[in-house]
Design a protein around this ligand. Structure first.
Ligand SMILES: [Fe+2]
Ligand SMILES: [Fe+2]
Length: 168
């Protein structure tokens, strides 16, 4: 994959992540009010991340994915559905998705090794993604019955989003 395309895919995925936390927050507003601030904080981080990638795309004069806003919508639907399963489901999903994100950032750091500015941005982002992963683990706890199936669904969803972004 070219570096330009890599940035385009990462942008779309961050837009999707913003949607996921928005979906979680919509449900948390009614059922898990004590977690709203945490979820909103993560949503704001993802919004920042997508803006950073959008800035990089603009700077390199490359277009974002076609219909990238649909990633937001897809994220909201996914985030709300998972939210309906409970706050532990949100936690399990978050830790799985952010685990994937961290693997992807590690890979991106290697691909962009000749672009120090981008690596710096990726490393700053990774610190936040690690915090998200940790928050997810804390929300899920250690005895959540649906931990594994939710994590599996979350990982499949995250990789599917990446594959779709690659086509657009
Ligand atoms: Fe992010
Ligand atoms: Fe994140």
């Amino acid at each position: 994959m070219s570096l330009d395309k890599e940035l385009r895919v990462m942008h779309a995925c961050e837009v999707g992540a913003t949607g996921v936390y928005r979906g979680h927050k919509c449900i948390a507003r009614y059922f898990y009010r004590s977690s709203i601030a945490d979820l909103d904080n993560m949503r704001l981080h993802e919004k920042d991340h997508s803006s950073i990638f959008m800035g990089l795309l603009a700077h390199r004069k490359i277009r974002p994915c076609f219909a990238y806003k649909l990633f937001f919508l897809g994220g909201v639907v996914y985030g709300a559905l998972v939210g309906l399963l409970g706050i532990k489901a949100i936690g399990a999903s978050t830790s799985a998705i952010e685990g994937v994100v961290n693997i992807e950032i590690e890979a991106a750091l290697e691909k962009f090794e000749d672009e120090p500015r981008i690596c710096e941005l990726l490393r700053a982002m990774q610190l936040e993604e690690r915090q998200h992963q940790e928050s997810g683990e804390n929300l899920a706890g250690i005895d959540y019955v649906l931990h594994r199936p939710i994590q599996r669904i979350a990982r499949v969803g995250a990789y599917a989003a990446k594959k779709i972004a690659l086509l657009l």
